[in-house]
Design a protein around this ligand. Structure first.
Ligand code: GDP
Ligand code: MG
Length: 324
């Protein structure tokens, strides 16, 4: 993230501000899309499945006078099983511990001026003392723009808010204003991270996410949320980085879907994920992908921790399927 030139000379003496920002909202409103747009690099994954972000991803934007550390939290929603509960915890924690909360909602072509009940519920989990910016996303869908005014007004009336900002994360329209509004409410502080950094997550985490994203994109409804990816080995060789990952599925019968006819699906997943990993690392990657049934992993807290994407366990003999 390079710094942007300041247009305001008086800002030269402004104090530096830095802090954390929790991005909260229902699944699918566009949180990951916004983060990607802000960072200019696709590091948070997006897909047509809601709830694909299982862990916090800190994306860092460094500007002339501020550094914004974004936490991408999973959408707050009614827990259906333990994994859902854990995501709720993460979202609530993030909102409580952040310096600023960015609450996102979205609109349809004909927006309803009355705020959604589940949006109200999420807004109340944000502590009153946390400066909150409401972002109304997907405004590209609304053709007569005046239809938006009552929506913006109604959301702004739910609680004390610092600003209500209409945007299109997809078209990158209005997002600079989010940064401006957030910046105003950050505490005075030196930068928290080296400005060259875009994330505090280890690269291997992103490699696991790239693989998971490909699985979700290519399998649609057949393997709903039933996958986790662990990185088993990550070796930086002189010419290339060798990575081995395991895709964990909930059921034995899901393995075939991911592997595909003659390993075709797994091959395509591996190839696409490898290309993104090479782009991220800037060097050649050799990626080996295994598939394993780990029944009930999403109901077992220990397994969830075990599958925490920073798995340091040595490779075991349990891996059956293999593809390059
Ligand atoms: P998240 O679950 O909140 O992280 O949502 P995502 O970022 O994964 O986005 C969910 C879906 O909404 C994706 O299909 C996005 O392409 C779409 N989307 C996100 N932002 C916009 C926007 O500004 N306009 C439109 N029309 N679609 C958007
Ligand atoms: Mg997301």
């Amino acid at each position: 993230m390079g710094t942007r030139p300041s247009t305001d000379r008086r800002k030269k003496d402004a104090p530096f501000r830095a802090g954390t920002i929790a991005l909260v909202g229902r699944p699918n409103v566009g949180k990951s899309t916004l983060l990607n747009a802000l960072l200019g690099e696709r590091i948070a994954i997006t897909s047509h499945h809601p709830e694909t972000t299982r862990d916090r991803i800190a994306g860092i934007v460094t500007r002339d006078h501020a550094q914004l550390v974004f936490l991408d939290t999973p959408g707050i929603h009614r827990p259906r099983h333990r994994l859902g509960e854990r995501m709720n915890d993460l979202a609530a924690d993030a909102a409580a511990s952040a310096d600023v909360a960015v609450f996102m909602t979205d609109v349809t072509e004909t927006p309803d001026a009355k705020p959604r009940e589940d949006d109200r519920a999420i807004l109340t989990t944000i502590p009153a003392r946390t400066p909150t910016i409401i972002v109304v996303n997907k405004v590209d869908r609304v053709k007569p723009k005046p239809l938006l005014f009552p929506v913006l007004e109604a959301y702004g009336a739910i609680r004390d808010v610092a600003a209500v900002v209409p945007v299109s994360a997809l078209k990158r329209d209005g997002i600079e204003r989010i940064l401006d509004e957030v910046e105003k409410h950050l505490p005075e502080s030196p930068p928290l991270y080296d400005p060259e950094e875009i994330s505090d997550k280890p690269v291997r985490f992103f490699v696991a996410e790239f693989v998971r994203e490909q699985v979700l994109r290519r399998t649609r409804q057949e393997v709903p949320h039933g996958v986790a990816v662990t990185v088993d080995t990550f070796e930086e060789g002189p010419k290339m980085t060798r990575i081995a990952v395991t895709v964990h599925v909930a059921k034995e019968s899901h393995k075939g879907i991911i592997i595909g006819d003659g390993g075709k699906m797994l091959g395509a997943i591996g190839k696409a994920a490898r290309e993104r990993a090479e782009h991220l690392l800037g060097r050649k990657v050799h990626l080996t992908t295994f598939v394993r049934a780990t029944p009930g992993w999403f109901d077992d807290p220990k397994r969830l921790a075990d599958l925490g994407y920073v798995d340091e366990r040595p490779r075991t003999k349990q891996k059956k399927e293999k593809s390059g």
